[in-house]
Design a binder for this molecule. Sequence first.
Ligand code: CA
Length: 244
Amino acid sequence: MSDLSPQAPLVAIIEDETPIRKFLRAALVADGYRVAEAGTALAGLRLVTQSPPALILLDLGLPDRDGKELVAEIRGWSDVPIVVLSARDQEAEKVAALDLGADDYLTKPFSVNELLARMRVALRHHVRSPLAGNAAGATVYQDGPLRMDLLARRVFLDDQEVKLTKLEYDLLALLVRHAGRVLTHRTLLKEVWGPDAVRETHYVRVFVANLRKKIEPDPARPHYILTEQGVGYRFRDSGPGTHE
Ligand code: CA
């Protein structure tokens, strides 16, 4: 262990490729985290049960077990933030891991800035009070011309009120409350339309297109509602300490 304070958040890295583990360790230690490492699912489970981490970085392609199963298993007893690391050809795996309760994902290769930004968002959402309107505990979201009052359920663009239907508002509010974090099609459908609608991916597509027309300064080049191809949507994070 290094000479960092014991208060530094502990991050568990579960990844079988040694060069990637080394890269992650160096990046995290340089940013003030403490790090514990495991190269297999079995060792990873032992690690996170013995010294519960503040966040888990989990590779989906482990030699002994499927990373998705590990997400489901950990979610059985812990709500610790889990950011999954996936290869380019693991699209379906990645979506399944998110639907099973992982908080976010990074596709290899990723940059240190991307990694640290995703981790900050996941940690911030985790400490959020359930009563708070969004990650910062505020009930008003403001980024550029867009302002959203989550208590009054009103949305403004350049001080002009934007009229939204109930479903449009619910969808936008869900995205804003999770700003910076990817939400899968399934999660959006379940939360806004209900559990019977989880396969109706086109609902989300249509409603996002309508929302973009109403709130995006340039709907063709979205600034707020970002598409995560094949996964879902991510609302732009205007929170503290984010990178472009
Ligand atoms: Ca691997």
